[in-house]
Design a protein around this ligand. Sequence first.
Ligand code: OAD
Length: 244
Amino acid sequence: MDEKSLKENLAVIRQALSRAHRVVALTGAGISAESGVPTFRGAEGLWRHYRATDLATPEAFARDPRLVWEFYNWRRDLLAPLRPNAAHLALVELEGRVPEFLLITQNIDGLHRAAGSRQVLELHGNIWQVRCTGCGRITEDRTLLPELPACGACGGLLRPHVVWFGESLDPMVLNRAFKAVESCQALLIIGTSGNVQPAASMGLHARRHGAFVAEINLEATPATGAYDVTLLGKAGELLPRVVR
Ligand code: OAD
C-alpha cells in the first residue's frame, strides 16, 4: 500500500473511532510478535519438533503431563523478559480516549495488562495462571514451576489456565465478548490470522450489527475484503499511527 492510500485509510479509521461511543479491539499473536513472542502459524511457531497444536490439548496432558508442562515452562521462560510493544501501548492510549472500550484478546501472554490495558477479556486464558485439576482453584503464579506442579490447597495436579484445542471457552467470557462486538460502533482486529473460532467470526458479526471494522495484519486473512479497511503491515508501526 503506497503512503498516499495508507494516509487515506488511516484517516478513515481515525474518523470512525472519533465517532464511536463504544470501541472494541480484538487481538491475536501478531500484536505480540514485535515483543518477541512467536506466533502460532509462523515458521517460528515450533518447540523442538512439536507444534503448539500437538501439546496444547487435554489428551496430550493426560498422556504426558510432564512433557506438556515442559512446553509451558519453556513458553513462560521465553515470555518472562518480554515487554509490551508500541502496538500494545497504542491500545492503552485508545482505551483512555474513547467513552467505552473493551479489548478482547486471543493471546495468553499477559502483555496487554502489562502495558496498562484495563478492560481486557482473555478468550484463551492466561499462561501466568494455573488451575488445579482437583479442586479447580485458579491462581496466578509467575515462579519457575516444577515439572509436575501441585495445588497448594489440595495437592492436585495443576495445569495452565489456558484454553486447549478441543476445549470450549468460558461461556461467561464468550457471552461478554459477543455482546460487546454486537453493540460497538467500531471494531479493530489486530494481528490474527482468523483461523480459530469463535474469534474469527467476530469481525463479520460486528459488521452485521452495523459496526465499522478495520483489520491491521502483516498479511491478508480469509476475511480481508469483507471489512471496511485492511491495513497490511506491522501492528507496532501502524497502530500508533491510527491512534495518534
Ligand atoms: P496466528 O499465528 O494464527 O496469526 C498471527 C497473525 O499475525 C498472522 O496472520 C500474521 O501474519 C500476523 N502478524 C505477524 N506479525 C505481525 C506484526 N508484527 N504485526 C501485525 N500482524 C502480524 O495467531 P492467532 O491468529 O492469534 O489458540 O491464533 C489464534 C489462536 O490459534 C491462538 O490464540 C491459539 C492458536 O491455536 C489457542 O491457543 C486456543
